[in-house]
Ligand binder design. Structure first.
Ligand code: COA
Ligand code: AMP
Length: 631
């Protein structure tokens, strides 16, 4: 086994050599002219001049190499009782057929396909089929409401939308079609076709002339071959929360992404072709893109699509059942899932009912793994528990414990060390490097490694403004933390308005826009308060317009409903209160950070620029009334 440090140093000294070698594992229609183009703008580009097809590398390549009969994708759905396995050959054929259906609906290289789907195999098939045609997919998480969907339709301008009649949550059937119809009605851009997978739990009324039934479209289609694209052509756009209601369209290219995904499977997760790998996430999130679909398939692993929850489907033994049933070697999920299991089964009684000897390690990401959760998981499982830190923007871990290179000592609370290609620095507000152990803004010195975003969809300027202009020559992660004397990174909090609810990234700015749109609201603030299960929960504080005499609880109820309708249930916005005034600086900036500290019962320094300190006492009283602000 090589040493982490030697590989890491080489990746920074000779990035072209390092990633050029990694790229040789894939099939290229044409080899690149240049591994790394440092002069490209707005950011350096990888494998310039190279041509490949990501779907070919994820499916056809393995069939051609004799893995056609190996399981590629296992669908396990406790919410419907269904289980289904696709061998590589079957998955390739299903994808080729659906690619033919997309082509018949007008999709060509470079066109966008928006995918709004539950966790069923057709979601992965639609993604891979889009990639097969050299088109660009944009998957939207099913827990978003029509308005959020419309925002993404308007920005990505898809030719075709692929959806299903419904998703299934443990407590209800979520009918997708009315949400999709509403989204298309309110968006300026109109897709020319929608392909809808009918599920028996809900019927979808198809709009004549626009909507096609998935099964009928597939039955009528001819299989489509892979279309080679430039390595720098986009594979997908994935929208993520920024500071405003307008989400950022993170672009992922084909070449760099395929190379990085493939490299991570062995080097970070220590899995190889034939191993079973399970990311218990959703295809709507980056974890789902990278580690339900592309990473495992590019590496020839078996991936699992699980349509269920860690608890309640049917019990807190659900994850252990799946691991033992399919021989899962690596499980990847968010700490919140483990907190949910721990809450229902603190002694790990369900765990004892299953044979987990196949399992090698647990990887956690999406939010910082609190040491308590890590200790519990490690004690109960008796396996290494690896926290790793990454973002939608990077597509793979910035910091991790490289289990396939050199497993390192685990320090609970730290995601371990920077991965090859990431030159991570911690800077002061003035751009000076912080000494070991001192908090600062975490940045990555350019160039970032392959797969990291080259820009935001159709908006180079926003990409530059959001990530590159704060510290020229560096990418701003939006996270703050420090590096310790052993080179371990500690990621402590966000520096912007992004909060993390059950591993889901949400914008408090976007939520404030929704509250501010209510006719009775004069001013508002949304803050992320600590929550034992979900990490953080959004909480709204509202000032009513002068003269509004309505019952405050009625207004709060309307605001909760409004958030669910405009952003979606995933926002988990359930708490809000009316206050007389909001605390501000003399220049008018709302003191959200101070209110978070008050709510979480932490000590805080009275901001020197505060306009009227008495307001903080008023806020504390309201928060105490809601069960927060306990000292
Ligand atoms: N479609 C429609 N609605 C959805 C949805 C989807 N795909 N996913 C979630 N929702 C809804 C839920 O039903 C819930 O609605 P409710 O307010 O009516 O109960 C709401 O959105 C919030 O969902 P969630 O955050 O999942 O909370 P939960 O209470 O249902 O479950 C956990 C809590 C911890 C079990 C759950 O969040 C979980 O499994 N998290 C794992 C984290 C994860 O996968 N992160 C991805 C990054 S790795
Ligand atoms: P997302 O883009 O949804 O993956 O969210 C990325 C953000 O989640 C990061 O910028 C961090 O704020 C947070 N995050 C993800 N993983 C970790 C981790 N392992 N430790 C600390 N924060 C994390």
């Amino acid at each position: 086994m090589s040493s982490y440090l030697a590989l890491y140093e080489r990746s920074l000294e000779d990035p072209a050599g390092f990633w050029g070698e990694a790229a040789a594992a894939l099939h290229w229609e044409k080899t690149w002219d240049k591994v790394l183009d440092l002069d490209a703008r707005p950011a350096p580009r990888w494998f310039v001049g190279g041509r490949l097809n990501t779907c070919f590398n994820a499916l056809d390549r393995h069939v051609d190499a004799g893995r056609g009969e190996q399981a590629a994708l296992i669908y396990d759905s406790p919410v419907t009782g269904l289980k289904q396995t696709y061998a590589y050959r079957e998955l390739r054929d299903a994808v080729a057929r659906f690619a033919g259906a997309l082509r018949a609906a007008g999709v060509d290289k470079g066109d966008r396909v928006l995918i709004y789907m539950p966790m069923i195999p057709e979601a992965a098939i639609a993604m891979l089929a889009t990639a097969r045609l050299g088109a660009v997919h944009s998957v939207v998480f099913g827990g978003f409401a029509a308005k959020e969907l419309a925002t993404r339709i308007n920005d990505a301008k898809p030719k075709v939308v692929v959806s299903a009649s419904c998703g299934i949550e443990p407590n209800r059937v979520v009918v997708y079609k009315p949400l999709l119809d509403e989204a298309i009605a309110i968006s300026a851009h109109k897709p020319s076709a929608c392909i809808i997978k009918a599920r028996p739990q809900a019927e979808a009324a198809l709009t004549a002339g626009r909507d096609l039934d998935w099964d009928a479209a597939v039955a009528a289609a001819q299989p489509a071959e892979c279309v080679a694209v430039e390595a720098t052509d986009p594979l997908y756009i994935l929208y993520t929360s920024g500071t405003t209601g307008q989400p950022k369209g993170v672009v992922r290219d084909n070449g760099g992404h395929a190379v990085a995904m493939h490299w991570t499977m062995k080097n970070i997760y220590n899995v190889e072709a034939g191993d079973v790998y399970w990311a218990a996430s959703d295809v709507g999130w980056v974890v789902g893109h990278s580690y339900i679909v592309y990473g495992p398939l590019l590496a020839g692993c078996t991936t699992i699509m699980y349509e269920g929850k860690p608890v309640g489907t049917p019990d807190p033994g659900a994850f252990w059942r799946v691991i033992s049933e399919y021989g899962v070697k690596v499980l990847f999920t968010a700490p919140t899932a483990f907190r949910a299991i721990k809450k229902e089964d603190p002694q790990g009684e369900y765990l004892k009912q299953y044979d987990l000897s196949c399992m090698q390690a647990l990887f956690l990401a999406g939010e910082r793994c609190d040491p308590d959760t890590l200790f519990w998981a490690r004690d109960k499982l008796g396996k290494p528990v690896v926290d790793h830190w990454w973002q939608t923007e990077t597509g793979w871990a910035i910091a991790a414990n490289p289990m396939g290179i050199e497993p390192m000592q685990i320090k609970p609370g730290s995601p371990t060390v920077a991965m090859p290609g990431y030159d991570v620095r911690v800077l002061s507000e003035d751009g000076v490097e912080m000494p070991d152990g001192e908090m600062g803004n975490i940045v990555i010195k350019l160039p970032m490694p392959p797969a990291c975003l080259p820009t935001l969809w159709g908006n180079d300027q926003r990409f530059i403004d959001s990530y590159l202009s704060r510290y020229p020559g560096y990418y701003l992660t939006g996270d703050a933390g420090f590096r310790d004397a052993d080179g371990y990174l500690w990621i402590m909090c966000r520096t912007d308005d992004v909060i993390n609810v059950a591993g889901h990234r949400l914008s408090t700015g976007a939520m404030e826009e929704v509250l501010a749109g209510h006719p009775d609201v004069a001013e508002c603030a949304v803050i992320g308060v600590a929550d034992a299960l979900k990490g953080q929960l959004p909480l709204g504080l509202i000032v009513l317009k002068a003269g509004v005499e309505r019952d405050q609880q009625t207004v709060v109820g309307e605001l909760v409903k409004r958030m669910r309708e405009q952003i979606g249930p995933v926002a988990a916005f359930k708490y809000a209160a009316v206050v007389k005034r909001l605390p501000k600086t003399r220049s008018g900036k709302i003191l959200r950070g101070t209110m978070v500290k008050i709510a979480d019962g932490e000590t805080y320094k009275l901001p020197a620029t505060i306009d009227d300190p008495a307001i903080l006492d008023e806020i504390a009283e309201v928060l105490r009334g809601m069960g927060y602000a306990k000292v």
